[in-house]
Write a protein that binds this ligand. Structure first.
Ligand SMILES: C[S@@+](CC[C@H](N)C(=O)[O-])C[C@H]1O[C@@H](n2cnc3c(N)ncnc32)[C@H](O)[C@@H]1O
Length: 231
């Protein structure tokens, strides 16, 4: 679990939900939330459950990022998605909901409690059959996935392994495939990293930036999302 996620008790001003965003003004976050269409009732329920019943609600992507993931999945025409870091299942289900019937999401989680919660929500959704939850260490599971058969990889787990996940993702993607990496601002700690997670995130950002195989767009949505396209 990402227990090193800082500031789990901060609130978005005006939004009424927990957030860990300091990099975008709270008022702007609340405004963005209010001007973004809600997701499905089950996703709203997962959000509410996560915010009130789990000790790390700040790990949830939530409505704005969930809608962003849906837009990227739809606009890119993705059918094969791999997610690193399931938590309570919000982002996996958000993406599964917009996939065509033959679309598939593999989501990877090493915490059995998180996996159980997520699977419970997937089982209640019509889109849940598109999701395969793999319980275990993400890097080991990624290494078993085939070359060049994935359309989109969403990286949202332990920060120390982001660079390793990136290398595997680039292998798994076909040309034109996409990576979305969450928390790349890491609360602004990447600007002057002082701890292991922050150093790992700064190194990951530099690794991506130097990779000539990739087109990159560093987005300042929430805690930062790196949008990467394999050439
Ligand atoms: C930030 S949360 C994911 C949030 C989720 N994508 C969402 O939108 O709700 C990160 C998750 O990754 C899991 N995780 C952390 N390190 C992992 C690892 N090495 N292998 C598999 N899962 C891991 C944590 O247990 C946690 O549930």
């Amino acid at each position: 679990m990402n227990q090193d996620h800082p500031a789990s008790d901060r609130k978005v001003k005006g939004a009424g939900i927990y957030s860990y965003m300091d990099m975008v003004a709270g008022e702007a976050e609340g405004y963005a939330l209010a001007h973004t269409s809600p997701l499905s009732p089950l996703l709203e329920e997962i959000e509410s459950f996560t915010l009130t019943k789990t000790p790390f609600p700040n790990m949830l992507t939530g409505r704005v990022e969930g809608r962003f993931l849906q837009f990227v999945a739809q606009l890119s025409g993705a059918r094969r998605i791999v997610e690193v870091g399931t938590f309570t299942g919000y982002s996996a289900l958000a993406m599964a909901e917009v996939l065509p019937d033959d679309g598939r999401v593999i989501t990877i989680e090493h915490n059995p409690d998180h996996a159980k919660i997520a699977q419970g929500f997937f089982d209640r959704s019509q889109s849940g059959s598109k999701i395969t939850l793999r319980l275990g260490e993400a890097l080991e599971i990624l290494k078993d996935l085939p070359d060049a058969e994935t359309d989109l990889v969403f990286i949202d787990a332990d920060k120390q392994n982001y660079s390793a996940y990136y290398r595997e993702a680039m292998r798994m993607l076909h040309s034109g495939g996409l990576i979305l990496a969450d928390n790349v601002l890491w609360y602004g700690r990447v600007f002057g990293p002082q701890d292991d997670s922050s150093r790992a995130m700064a190194e990951f950002n530099d690794l991506v930036n130097a990779d000539s195989r990739a087109e990159k767009l560093f987005l300042t949505i929430r805690d930062g999302i790196y949008l990467i396209r394999k050439r």
